[in-house]
Write a protein that binds this ligand. Structure first.
Ligand SMILES: Cc1cc2nc3c(=O)[nH]c(=O)nc-3n(C[C@H](O)[C@H](O)[C@H](O)COP(=O)(O)OP(=O)(O)OC[C@H]3O[C@@H](n4cnc5c(N)ncnc54)[C@H](O)[C@@H]3O)c2cc1C
Length: 600
């Protein structure tokens, strides 16, 4: 059974105790809401997710979207849920007020997105893609385009899509063939085929605004020749009234492993009318500005999947009676004890719990930096926030989505055979979670971004935004008696990370494959240390709050943290050994040995 209650206590802990309170106050003041408004907003969002989205999660997965002659019908309950979503103003929650949004802090939006992803990941993709389109237009388009499209996208009357992928190009966007021919009136005619376009066609909104990457005639080769265009399904007049249908169509939707309630469309553009967003040939720049936000949000999807996996597995572990505790019977009146008594089940649950809560803190801290960067006037403080965001984006996108997959798989394991069959809806979590490491830049590409771009950027300045902070924290707390089970393991793993960072940087100077090879292991190591830093801070806060803890919330944080520090964080040791052994075992492995046991 899919079980989900929004982790509101954890959100409140993060806002009140973990995020620096003076900074959050400043940010909340900038958006005209106070702490109690914020709690009310989160409560309302939780209600919507628990009562509207969760109940249609399994049915919409079984039903899927239905394609018929260019039109896509969403599963039962989606139209009503979407109507409620937009009428309650959730779409424009962090969009600027002048475009009809509510300008709420970004970290609040992250909590909302996490709840939606847990309750119904497919549903979340419709507003999620719209948010990406809003972001791209807000940051790169002319005022004319902003004024025409943002108000209706912010209210959710119109939805958005991102069109990058083509049959011959996924990761390597330099291979794009879609062409944009300039017209005398300043518009462009867009021709080409895009595949895998999430929510490219559906029945939730009256118009769909496609952002399309294309090349113009005689543009430079590769990614330098790419531009971005806004291509509406129905062309609006200057006031935003809907006019003629544009020359584009959805020719089919994919049959796929998961997120079945969101259509993955093949889109044909046949001299469709489009308008340039940002500068000519600067499409990748516009895309990258937007992608940071989009990648963080995919990380949030991983977090949401991990949370519902945990809650569903915990519920079952308490209910399912099998075997007896090896030490003493816990349930003498019943034929067996709940499986929660078994050490293996406890370990798996704690693994998901501690990774999920740790990632949530890292995510919230990074979201807060987005807000600080937006309002900070001090150049150096803003730079520090920007550096942190740039460094953490590939880490959070990648590690969080891996954890989403692992957590859902562990949930199936905890359910045993009942997890593998469809009835309980647990196998759906595995299928839904699996896309997140693939789209918005595969996790392999995120690791290369970390090692190849973020590590050397500004001669290592981005790394310093993390390394200096942790180093100072360790020095400050080295004699903190309360943290005796936290500081030493953190210091040890942090030392390993520093050593491996220098090792990879040096190796990469002579041979880029020596840096690319261990990139995913390095990203994992980095993530584990960053989350160890988060758990150490949770413990510090929780010891200080110990006296006001009737529900044992803070005690639970301390005990969970001890599990993480002693059982999860030490994996940095094996990752380090593997990285130090070099990349030659796979890079120099003869191609012909790959199929040594058969003929391909
Ligand atoms: C359900 C779904 C929804 C999607 N939604 C959208 C959408 O809305 N809009 C959109 O434009 N696209 C969308 N996509 C496309 C998605 O972003 C791509 O699938 C993804 O970028 C990977 O491209 P690819 O599938 O062509 O894989 P490829 O690029 O062929 O990669 C295959 C493998 O090779 C690795 N690889 C490739 N190049 C390198 C390299 N240089 N170095 C190291 N490793 C490399 C990759 O990491 C991957 O493991 C969606 C896809 C799916 C399945």
């Amino acid at each position: 059974m899919q079980v989900y209650k929004a982790p509101l206590k954890d959100y409140k802990f993060l806002i009140k105790d973990f995020l620096n309170s003076s900074t959050t106050d400043l940010i909340l003041n900038n958006s005209d809401i106070d702490q109690s408004d914020l709690e009310m907003i989160l409560d309302e969002a939780a209600k919507f997710c628990e009562e509207e989205l969760l109940p249609i999660n399994q049915s919409s997965d079984s039903e899927g979207c239905i394609f018929n002659k260019g039109k896509v019908a969403t599963p039962k309950g989606f139209i009503k849920a979407y109507k409620n979503f937009v009428e309650n103003g959730w779409q424009g929650i962090s969009v600027e007020k002048k475009y009809g949004g509510q300008n709420l802090p970004y970290f609040v939006n992250m909590f909302l997105d996490e709840m939606i992803s847990s309750a119904n990941m497919s549903f979340g993709l419709y507003p999620g893609l719209t948010s990406n389109a809003i972001d791209a237009i807000e940051k790169s388009a002319s005022n004319e385009i902003k004024d025409l499209y943002l108000p209706k996208l912010s209210t959710g009357e119109w939805t958005g899509t991102m069109n990058l992928t083509e049959p011959q190009c996924g990761t390597d966007l330099g291979l794009i063939k879609t062409m944009a021919s300039p017209q005398a009136n300043g518009s462009y005619k867009i021709t080409g085929t895009k595949i895998f376009i999430t929510c490219g066609e559906h029945d939730l909104s009256e118009n769909i605004i496609h952002l399309v990457l294309a090349k113009t005639p005689n543009s430079p080769e590769g990614i330098k020749g790419i531009s971005m265009f806004v291509v509406p399904k129905i062309i609006p007049d200057e006031e935003g009234n809907l006019g003629e249908k544009n020359s584009l169509e959805c020719s089919s939707i994919e049959k796929k492993m998961g997120i079945n309630a969101s259509p993955t469309c093949v889109m044909h553009y046949n001299e469709a009318k489009g308008w340039l967003v940002g500068d000519l040939h600067k499409g990748m720049k516009a895309m990258f500005i937007m992608m940071n936000g989009a990648r963080l949000m995919v990380g949030v999807q991983g977090l949401g999947m991990a949370e519902i996996s945990y809650q569903s597995a915990l519920y079952y572990a308490k209910e399912r009676l099998q075997g007896r505790s090896l030490k003493e019977t816990k349930n003498p009146d019943k034929p067996a004890d709940p499986i929660l008594v078994h050490p293996e089940i406890r370990k798996n649950l704690l693994k998901i719990k501690t990774l999920t809560e740790g990632i949530r803190g890292l995510m919230a801290w990074t979201g807060l930096q987005v807000d600080i960067s937006r309002i900070e006037k001090d150049k150096f403080k803003k730079q520090h926030s920007d550096d942190w965001i740039a460094l953490m984006t590939p880490i959070l996108k990648s590690f969080s989505t891996e954890v989403g997959c692992e957590a859902s798989s562990l949930a199936v394991q905890i359910y045993g055979g009942h997890g593998y069959i469809r009835d309980h809806g647990i196998e759906q979590l595995v299928r839904d979670a699996r896309i997140a490491p693939i789209y918005e830049g595969t996790n392999g590409i995120q690791a290369l971004d970390l090692v190849g771009r973020k590590m050397p950027m500004h001669t290592g300045r981005l790394l310093k935004s993390f390394f200096h902070v942790v180093k100072e924290y360790l020095e400050k707390n080295s004699f903190n008696y309360n943290l005796s089970e936290f500081i030493p393991p953190l210091a040890k793993s942090f030392g390993r990370l520093q050593q491996i960072t220098s090792f990879i940087a040096l190796k990469g100077l002579n041979d880029p494959d020596e840096a690319a090879g261990p990139a995913t292991d390095y990203l994992k190591m980095f993530s584990l240390v960053a989350i160890g830093y988060v758990w150490t801070q949770y413990a510090e806060i929780s010891y200080n709050k110990g006296k006001e803890d009737p529900e044992g919330f803070y005690k639970a944080k301390i005990e969970s943290g001890k599990y993480y520090m002693s059982k999860i964080l030490p994996e940095t040791g094996s990752l380090m050994s593997s990285i130090l052994s070099g990349a030659k075992y796979y890079n120099e492995f003869d191609d012909k040995y790959f199929d040594s046991g058969f003929a391909l």
